[in-house]
Design a protein around this ligand. Structure first.
Ligand SMILES: [Zn+2]
Length: 273
């Protein structure tokens, strides 16, 4: 409640001086991610895309990654993604398809098609701090692809990568990519569970690229505004978390602030471990 009131105040004050508006119009690639799109959140998803479309081009995740790697950022862009592979992602994916937007869904192959209720309850509590939630199955993952979306790796079964012994971590990263390649023929992008810089070690970061991925994403807030190329394996993609029932003004405030804090010459949001 307090957070809500404070953000209301900040987003209001900010709007008055036009900072949010100016920020939203700055050239950059803003990556966003959600975890769920429940039925009662689908209208909010539609409103969010429609609102941000006034100032941004929504582009596929792969295109956003390439633009950042090449420093080819000539206007405001947004790339959408979603982590964890919950079944309700499919409803959001269908809405995005209607709106002509492609997103990247980061999934854990071990959880796809999980039928065992006890195991589902255990994993949801242990890995996601959630009551039991249904995960996508193989057919639904294929439907995401047929809707024009991309599938990325979120590790085998959502372990904290930095907590695994080195060999187990490397095997987890490789096994996940090989499985997605077998299922879908593509597995270019990696986003590690929990997503704080500390949740992936420097050796884990190197293992992501050694396994053949072309990008590695965090859940650290920020955007990318570089005008010079960044080698693929020197880039950690920043992403902002969005919960669809947040007020639009708050989301705009966050994104405007990200943009004002980044710049073409010095982008504090690009980091290499
Ligand atoms: Zn996750």
């Amino acid at each position: 409640m307090l957070r809500h009131v404070v953000l209301d105040g900040l987003s209001q004050k900010d709007r008055l001086i036009g900072r949010t508006e100016r920020g939203l119009r700055l050239p950059r690639v803003q990556f966003l991610y959600i975890h769920h799109s429940f039925t009662d959140e689908l209208d909010a998803l539609r409103r969010l895309v429609e609102d941000l479309s006034h100032t941004h081009a929504f582009i596929p995740y792969s295109e956003g990654v390439t633009r950042v790697q090449e420093g080819r950022i000539d206007r405001p862009y947004i790339c959408l993604s979603s982590d964890d592979g919950f079944r309700n992602n499919l409803d959001g994916a269908r809405v995005l398809r209607e709106l002509g937007v492609s997103a990247c869904f980061f999934i854990n192959p071990a959880l796809i098609g999980l039928n065992d209720e006890m195991e589902n309850a255990r994993l949801c509590a242990d890995r996601f701090h959630l009551p039991p939630v249904r995960f996508l199955d193989r057919k639904e993952v294929e439907e995401l692809v047929s809707l024009g979306h991309e599938i990325g790796s979120h590790s085998w079964e959502h372990h904290r990568m930095s907590a695994l012994p080195y060999e187990a971590m490397v095997e987890d990263i490789q096994r996940t990519r090989e499985t997605l390649l077998r299922w879908l023929g593509r597995a270019d992008h990696f986003a590690f569970p929990y997503g704080r810089f500390a949740d992936l070690t420097a050796s884990g970061y190197r293992a992501v690229f050694a396994a053949g991925h072309v990008s590695c994403a965090t859940a650290e807030r920020g955007c990318h505004a570089n005008t010079r190329p960044i080698p693929a394996d020197h880039l950690l993609i920043r992403r902002d978390h969005i919960i669809l029932d947040w007020p639009l003004a708050h989301i705009r405030y966050f994104l405007g602030t990200n943009a004002m804090n980044g710049s073409a010459d010095h982008n504090p949001y690009c980091a290499a471990p």
